[in-house]
Ligand binder design. Structure first.
Ligand code: 3HC
Length: 301
């Protein structure tokens, strides 16, 4: 069944090669997913060799894990490893049909990246962004072909969570959107079309949820009490474990975007900002015990 708002599939263009800009954790997870489900070459690019090697290394490690679990055969593992390569220049995207960026969450950085990619890719190549909260319309503005930009927002862990928010910007073309839905279906994701609104839909809800949990701690509820208050609801993980998975910097960025867009409706936890400034990966330290410094930052108020 065609998802609500998806254009006719006949408008979708074939995708025979994928480019991924960035080789961080999100980008590497995307590279593996695209290679595994689309079975086409996937090229990762990043600024330096060390990051590239880490990204490709992550993919190889995950392929080995899938092989060890018996989810793929040895032949499939070798093929998958061969499909994912790294390149220091975007020239490797010259014959790509679909490029997705998963770089730092900053409008200027993303606009610059898309403009650079546009210089090398074929005219019909889709340019997707995995932004978690920024405007797809603004990101596309200034490009020669803004009609080929679309939001393609995945959820962590990408290999496990089925949801994919597809974001239509003001200029997004029908063929671009149709290709995005076709690719999403081949990736075996549940695609939903969402408006190009700050933080789209899911991160808006999650930010509200996290905002209330952090506010409770800011106001004096002990961390453990707030974090385990919902255990009985059967959520897959506690709120602060989720914050750790998403990364406090990303969560803070989304909260700031929402605060800027709707100042009366969304606040920004000062203690979350302190956690990010201190460079903490979350409130939990090694062996999943609450890190005393993180506790002091949060409960210190
Ligand atoms: N990469 C790949 N696979 C992973 C993984 C990862 N990072 N983490 C877990 N998995 C796999 C495991 O290998 C396992 O697979 P198997 O069944 O084939 O063996 C399966 O997921 C279940 O893992 P576990 O048994 O280790 O653990 P759980 O059952 O507790 O599940 C979880 C872990 C999938 C992370 C689950 O806790 C969960 O779904 N949590 C909620 C995550 C969530 O809400 N994410 C959304 C964040 S918001 C976001 O990303 C948007 C952004 O813009 C901020």
């Amino acid at each position: 069944k065609r998802p609500a708002g998806a254009p006719d599939r006949s408008l979708a263009r074939p995708v025979t090669k994928v480019g991924v800009v960035g080789a961080g954790l999100m980008a590497s997870q995307l590279a593996l997913l695209f290679a595994r489900r689309l079975e086409v070459p996937v090229v990762l690019t990043d600024l330096d060799r060390a990051r590239l090697d880490k990204g490709v290394g992550y993919v190889h490690g995950e392929v080995d894990r899938l092989l060890a679990k018996g989810r793929i055969t040895g032949d499939q593992a070798n093929r998958l490893k061969g499909l994912v390569t790294g390149s220091l220049t975007k020239d490797a995207f010259a014959d790509a049909d679909f490029v997705i960026e998963a770089v730092f969450e900053d409008m200027d950085v993303k606009r610059k990246v898309l403009a650079e990619v546009e210089e090398v890719v074929p005219e019909t190549c889709v340019l997707a962004t995995n932004t978690s909260s920024l405007s797809v319309t603004e990101m596309a503005s200034g490009l020669r072909h803004p009609e080929r930009v679309v939001g393609f927002h995945f959820f962590n862990p990408v290999a496990v969570l089925p949801l994919l928010e597809i974001v239509r910007g003001a200029a997004t073309g029908e063929a671009t959107l149709a290709t995005a839905f076709a690719v999403g279906a081949t990736l075996k994701k549940s695609c939903v079309l969402v408006k190009d609104a700050p933080a789209f839909v899911v991160n808006r809800l999650l930010t509200r949820f996290m905002g209330e949990v952090t506010a409770a701690v800011d106001e004096g509820t002990p961390l453990e009490v707030a974090d385990h208050a919902l255990d009985g609801l059967g959520l897959p993980m506690t709120p602060f474990a989720l914050l750790q998975l998403v990364g406090p910097a990303v969560a803070l960025h989304v909260a700031e975007t929402l605060h800027a867009a709707f100042p009366g409706r969304f606040g920004v936890s000062e203690n979350l900002a302190k956690l990010v400034a201190a460079g903490k990966p979350g409130v939990y330290g090694a062996d999943f015990q609450i890190d005393p410094e993180a506790r002091a930052l949060f409960e210190g108020g």
